[in-house]
Design a protein around this ligand. Structure first.
Ligand SMILES: [Zn+2]
Length: 309
């Protein structure tokens, strides 16, 4: 027995590795690899999931008559999931450009444009690029239309937005025509103050918990951002150090105004509910301190640009 064993051992050791019979992959595994490939993984990823090399996948694709895809498009153009697309469209419809809306999720603007097309949502007319904007006299017809809107009961901002001019221009037109401004109602004032604090116009302001932000919060990118911020801050309030109670991920630079920093980890900070409430409406004042608390290096660039604009 011992001798047989020894011989067997010796023989198996003597066979050079390259001559070992190929380890045949079962059809079940090959089918699973192909299924992974078809669902969007690369040949290498699909095969690696079962400990195989990409050639196993490519050979099987060939055998099954499935043509291999060309290499994957660049990251920004890869398939986005539906939640993310919903959120991107919501941001676009809220007044952001296709580029801003897509960039908030690290996507290319074509992702937004394709999705708008797919849903049959017409594109807005592209705005005049910043920098090339010149002070142009607003046509009398537009001013009249805005004034009419105001007299019909709209707020100055709403009436102005309806004809594509700024609220300030509308107010000037009212003054020029000797039309006294209505007093703002309490709720309208509240909205105006909130919008001002966030640095957006009234028609872009839909409240702190609008449906749009609900869509944004549901995206995997946003969920991932939140978790990363909590992890980095060791699940403590970065302001007061409290570990227990309800923690919230706060955007140091408000997301309404800086959509490009929506899922930027260096723009996030963990705050307890009390600390978060204490800075509501004073986000920009709190920003420098929060940046230094987490040692952020990305956001100050935006901060400086914003201040010196
Ligand atoms: Zn706190």
């Amino acid at each position: 027995m011992q001798l047989t064993y020894l011989i067997g051992y010796t023989v198996s050791m003597a066979v050079p590795k390259g001559f070992a019979p190929p380890n045949k992959t079962s059809q079940d595994i090959l089918d699973a690899i192909v299924a992974l490939y078809i669902s969007g993984h690369t040949a290498k990823q699909a095969a690696a999931a079962f400990g195989k090399t990409e050639y196993v996948c490519l050979d099987e694709l060939k055998r099954q008559g499935i043509s291999a895809r060309k290499s994957l498009p660049p990251v920004g153009l890869r398939k986005s999931n539906q939640e993310t697309l919903d959120a991107i469209v919501a941001l676009y419809q809220d007044g952001q450009t296709a580029e801003q809306a897509a960039k908030a999720f690290g996507k290319d603007q074509s992702v937004c444009l394709d999705e708008l097309k797919r849903r049959g949502i017409p594109r807005r007319r592209a705005g005049i690029p910043k920098g090339s904007r010149t002070k142009k006299a607003t046509s009398q017809a537009l001013l009249d239309a805005a004034v009419q809107g105001y007299l019909a009961g709209k707020s100055a901002d709403e009436a102005a937005a309806a004809v594509g001019i700024s609220g300030t221009v509308c107010l000037r037109a009212l003054k020029a025509r000797g039309i006294a401004r209505r007093e703002m109602k309490g709720a309208e004032w509240g909205r105006k103050i909130s919008a001002n604090r966030q640095g957006v116009s009234l028609d872009q302001w839909h409240g702190y918990a609008s449906e749009k932000w609900g869509l944004v919060r549901a995206t995997p990118e946003y969920v991932g951002w939140r978790i990363s911020v909590f992890k980095r801050d060791d699940y403590r309030c970065a302001d007061c150090g409290k570990r227990h109670g309800k923690l919230q991920a706060h955007h140091i630079f408000p997301k309404a105004r800086f959509p490009q920093l929506l899922i930027e980890i260096q723009n996030g900070i963990t705050l307890c509910k009390d600390c978060h409430r204490a800075i509501k409406g004073k986000e920009m004042d709190a920003a420098p301190r929060y940046l230094s608390l987490i040692g952020s290096t990305v956001a100050p660039l935006v901060w400086c640009k914003e201040r010196h604009r």
